[in-house]
Design a protein around this ligand. Structure first.
Ligand code: F6P
Length: 770
């Protein structure tokens, strides 16, 4: 529609020009045609006069002028000849046709014929007057006349002396041509002229529309390429007409970058302040809404009153500091037994308790919804599907329906919480694959950043999900879709390629689906690096506390594992490795302990209940084999531990074991490193955790390989303090730099750039439409 309006801007002046041209050209053309027809009449007059002159000469010579009338009447049958008359040389009208005007004598006719426009106005219209002499062509020597086959008549009185060689004028023919015929012709010509100009106008308009359409498309494509940064970076060779616009944009972006850099000061490490600053500069302080299933603070009823708990969740560990920095609203499932008791009328409560940095908006789910959406589709379907940990995914139609319904309810909550039409929405994890598209439907201008905290499998594995297309379509409602690693991004892009008709630009890592672009990028998640002023109890004290509390041998080498009680965490494999280590190195029996914290999780599911039983059984078996009344090599603490207790364990430990069979990132290893400001302790890390890519200084193991993990345990147990320090210092500097504010900052900065680009694109579009 807009392009047509644009084309009208070209067409209207064109049509106006054509009309003006026709208006100016018509009188000129009239004059021209009049002149052509007058000339035509003159030559016709000569022709007619020549044709009649012999008959007229004979009639005059033989005094039979009246006999000319039938001849003249035949001649005026031609529509263009109006009347004919014959005058004597002395000016007497000898004969004439019927329509010859009575008022036109020979003298007047001669006068009019001499005029530049020899026209005479009559009652019925104008006539063109022409007078032609009829000459005596006979030889001037008197003869018998026999050569003419006629007796020589009496010559009329000669007007010229007989001696002159000039032929005598015998009579004059007056020819009156009908000028209305010329008018008719000229009207016809004018009609043809206007018709021709109109046809020409139509052809030119058509060509203009086609050319304008093509150039508009080319221009729009060029402008889009510009927005994508293609011509901003490369020299403009393909669309030179966009060069000025590209130069302007380049300038503007440079200014913005400068402005941003200035606002950031010298290149500093990422922290809460820098993230807040980024939010202000790049996203103009736009409202941030986080959506996750798990809430960051859970209110529980206890015998002593309501207590606030922090869940065992990597997601919460990472996102909570970001929310404290950015404020806004966090929407999550209210799962605590006292959650309803502390919210206001809008189901909101300010958190963290006592600080009130942001709002927690709770969504209530029925037991059926929780069963279908959370336990069923999310944790029996998507969780094993994405982890490929050899547990069969279960897909039930009823779970899928509940999943869709709950996603819809969260989308409604996002819309209700949004203060404007373009909030920044951070959608977290596999519980909300459909949410991005549902939000996009209601808030088309929102910036939706979806982060998938778990791995993304290859297309074949993902293909077994009966609703694979719907899941992918839902996720592609996101502006930015984040995974922990490039490998997961690649798997996702290949999956889309396999199951949807989308356009993929590998170079920019973008997917265009139904006219909408999604950037697929890797953002390795991390933790908040402890502040300098955040003092932790000394390592020796932590160790003493743990040894005392768990009744461990005084000189024990302590290894810790801190996990949710989940089959993907490799807890069984870890225990098998401990058993093998003690088998291979019996000198460590009585001196080595694995303290395994396993926070109960998803206990309503058989798979999880069975798993915790198997872990318990294995621990009992190993303890029975290597332990005695006072010593147990495995201390299994199957309960949730609060942050401080976890920190104490990390600081007390010599070794931290992270042996996930498959993990998006795993933040336990990063928290262990952050806890060790004494630069001691060894990290054993599964190569199947995303973190292994960032932390090569750990002892990297394949948890499926018992021997290898047992050897790593031994290597860690005997590692000299200097090597521990070297490895730990390097790990700490990585985690410190690549902290969670950097994770959020990179995503928000990309979102900021994306919004800026969208705004410029919008402006270019409006420019084109105006
Ligand atoms: O790892 C995936 C994940 O959703 C994390 O984001 C979170 O740490 C963990 O699972 C918590 O699981 P749940 O909320 O089911 O207890």
């Amino acid at each position: 529609m807009k392009t047509y309006r644009l084309q009208l801007r070209f067409l209207l002046p064109l049509v106006a020009t054509l009309i003006a041209a026709a208006w100016l050209a018509a009188p000129v053309f009239d004059k021209l045609t009049l002149r052509w027809f007058s000339r035509d009449l003159t030559s016709r007059g000569i022709l007619v006069a020549n044709a009649l002159s012999d008959s007229v000469a004979d009639a005059v010579l033989y005094d039979r002028v009246q006999r000319l009338k039938p001849l003249f009447n035949r001649a005026v049958e031609d529509e263009r000849l109006f009347a004919v008359g014959v005058c004597s040389p002395s000016g007497a009208l000898l004969t004439k046709t019927d329509r010859y005007p009575a008022t036109l004598d020979c003298e007047r006719a001669a006068e009019v014929a001499q005029e530049a426009q020899p026209h005479l106005a009559l009652e019925g219209g104008s006539v063109h007057v022409a007078v032609r002499d009829v000459l005596d062509r006979r030889p001037r020597t008197p003869g018998t006349g026999a050569e003419f086959g006629l007796p020589l008549p009496q010559l009329p009185p000669a007007e010229e002396p007989a001696t002159t060689s000039e032929p005598l004028v015998l009579a004059r023919i007056v020819l009156l041509h009908d000028l209305s015929f010329i008018e008719r012709r000229s009207q016809d010509t004018r009609r043809y002229l206007i018709g021709m100009i109109a046809a020409l106008g139509l052809v030119i308009s058509f060509i203009t529309v086609v050319v304008a359409q093509l150039s508009w498309r080319g221009w729009v494509n060029g402008a889009r390429a510009l927005m994508r940064g293609e011509v901003l970076l490369a020299p403009i060779t393909s669309s030179p007409e966009l060069a000025p616009l590209a130069a302007d944009l380049r300038g503007r972006l440079r200014d913005l970058e400068d402005e941003y850099r200035r606002s950031q000061g010298p290149e500093t490490e990422w922290n809460a302040g820098r993230l807040r600053q980024l939010l202000k500069t790049q996203l103009s302080g736009d409202q941030v809404i986080v959506v996750s299933n798990r809430e960051p603070y859970i209110h529980e009823k206890t015998e002593t009153g309501i207590v606030v708990k922090r869940p065992a969740s990597g997601l919460v560990t990472a996102v909570e500091p970001v929310m404290r920095a950015c404020s806004g609203t966090w929407i999550a499932h209210g799962s605590g037994s006292a959650d309803r008791d502390v919210v206001d009328a809008a189901d909101r409560v300010a958190v963290p308790p006592g600080h009130d940095d942001y709002w927690l908006r709770r969504i209530w789910l029925t037991p059926e919804e929780e069963q279908g959406y959370y336990y069923g589709f999310a944790n029996e379907g998507l969780w094993p599907l994405c982890h490929v940990a050899h547990v069969r995914p279960v897909f039930r139609e009823s779970d899928w329906q509940a999943y869709k319904e709950v996603n819809r309810r969260f989308a409604d909550a996002v819309v209700a919480e949004a203060r404007g039409d373009d909030p920044v929405v951070l959608v977290q994890d596999y519980h909300f694959a459909l949410l991005p598209a549902l939000i996009r439907e209601k808030l088309p201008r929102a910036t939706i950043l979806t982060f998938w905290h778990i791995p993304w499998p290859n297309p074949e594995s993902f293909g077994i999900c009966p609703w694979r297309r719907e899941i992918l379509q839902g996720m592609l409602g996101s502006t930015i879709l984040g995974f922990h690693t490039r490998y997961h991004c690649k798997n996702f892009i290949e999956t889309v390629d396999r199951y949807l008709e989308a356009r993929i630009e590998h170079e920019h890592s973008t997917i265009s689906y139904r006219e909408k672009d999604t950037l697929v990028e890797s953002y390795p998640i991390s933790i908040e690096w402890p502040r300098e002023d955040e003092s932790m109890p000394p390592v020796a004290q932590c160790r003493a506390n743990v040894v005392a509390r768990l009744a461990l041998p005084q000189q024990a080498c302590i290894a810790v594992g801190i996990d949710r009680f989940d089959y993907t965490k490799g807890i069984l494999e870890r225990m098998n490795a401990v058993e093998r280590f003690l088998e291979k190195h019996p000198e460590w029996v009585g001196r080595f302990v694995l303290v395994q914290v396993a926070a109960p999780t998803r206990a309503a599911l058989d798979e999880y209940r069975n798993f915790s039983l198997r872990v318990q059984e294995l621990a009992d078996r190993i303890n029975a084999r290597f332990g005695n009344g006072t010593y147990a090599p495995i201390v299994l603490l199957a309960k949730h531990h609060e942050h401080d207790a976890v920190m104490e364990l990390f600081r007390a430990a010599d070794i931290c074991l992270v042996t996930s069979l498959h993990d998006g990132m795993n933040l336990v290893c990063k928290e262990f490193v952050a806890a060790r400001d004494d630069q001691q302790g060894v990290l054993i890390l599964s190569r199947f955790a995303g973190a292994a890519r960032e932390m090569p200084e750990a002892l990297i193991v394949n948890p499926y390989h018992v021997e290898e993990t047992a050897d790593a345990l031994h290597r860690a147990a005997v590692m000299p303090p200097a090597e521990q320090r070297e490895r730990m210092a390097s790990l700490r500097s990585t985690v410190r730099e690549f902290n969670v504010f950097r994770w959020a900052g990179r995503m928000l900065a990309d979102a900021g750039r994306w919004r800026l680009r969208a705004r410029i694109e919008e402006r270019v579009r409006r420019l084109g439409a105006s």
